[in-house]
Ligand binder design. Structure first.
Ligand code: NAP
Length: 247
């Protein structure tokens, strides 16, 4: 395959696992990362070590300039075939009445506006309306979009609710132009995102309430994402897959 998959936030966690799984399926992988250059380069080295093709570009999805640079770099790597809108953040546990405007704006800028802008760049390249060959977009939502995350981070949950609505709407908008738009709603997954919100043990602590009684792994989410990216999912669009152990 000569086609490129852009994966935002591909240096760690679910994005890293997706980059490795996509490369194993033959995608040329272009990962974005926010600041952890060493982790990003380690992913590229691991893929290249397995005879895959990968590159890394620093791209804070809060910056439109960075996003434009990410896609310009990917253009030099091959024709775009997939975007995985994976970059996302949580924040400290709080009730809404204690959240600042700056926190809310950061949450929406990274999780929602960043994903919309990346999808815009992908559609400009992949849509048959623009001379492209079609492709697929996979958006990372969260079980939080269904559950609401009361007393933890309703701002994060709301940002993922926006991702679900955007997935449905964009899927309809570009379905006849060769682009499938899908989503994945992970449950409690064992990554460093929980520590970044100040509660590293969160996923394991809450896993007693998961019907399967355990956290999920980044690989289990990556497997769902690369299936949605593949021709095996050729009739799937507008769908959002819960990968949450039943949560
Ligand atoms: P993670 O382990 O914290 O990794 C985050 C990744 O995103 C890193 O590669 C990081 O880059 C990058 N990143 C962070 N802020 C960014 C920004 N502003 N611009 C670009 N990249 C940025 O996160 P994760 O758990 O893998 O989560 C990935 C996605 O899955 C997120 O959208 C998250 O909301 C969603 N999700 C996760 C869970 C879970 O339980 N883990 C559950 C539901 C949904 P650096 O390495 O450079 O910092």
């Amino acid at each position: 395959m000569d086609r490129v998959a852009v994966i935002t936030g591909g240096s760690r966690g679910i994005g890293r696992a997706t980059a490795l799984a996509a490369a194993a399926r033959g995608w040329r992988v272009c990962i974005g990362y926010a600041g952890n250059e060493a982790a990003a380069h380690a992913v590229v080295a691991e893929i290249e070590g397995g005879n895959g093709a990968a590159m890394a570009v620093r791209c804070d999805v809060a910056s439109e300039t960075d996003i434009l640079a990410l896609f310009a770099a990917a253009d030099g790597f091959g024709p775009l075939g997939a975007l995985v809108n994976n970059a996302g953040v949580v924040d400290a546990t709080a009730r809404l009445e204690d959240m600042s405007a700056a926190r809310l704006q950061r949450m929406m800028t990274i999780n929602v506006v960043g994903s919309l802008l990346c999808a815009r760049e992908a559609v400009r390249r992949m849509s048959t309306r623009h001379g492209g060959q079609g492709g697929v977009i996979v958006n990372l939502s969260s079980a939080a979009a269904r559950l609401g995350s009361a007393n933890t981070y309703v701002d994060y949950a709301a940002s993922k609710g926006a991702i679900d609505t955007f997935t449905r709407g964009l899927a309809d908008e570009v379905a006849a132009e060769g682009i499938r738009v899908t989503g994945v709603r992970p449950g409690l997954i064992d990554t460093e995102i929980h520590g970044s919100g100040g509660d590293p043990d969160r996923a394991h602590r809450l896993s007693v309430n998961v019907p399967m009684r355990r956290v999920g792994t980044a690989d289990e989410i990556a497997n769902a994402i690369v299936w949605l990216m593949s021709d095996e999912a050729s009739y799937v669009t507008g769908s959002i897959l819960d990968v949450s152990g039943g949560r």
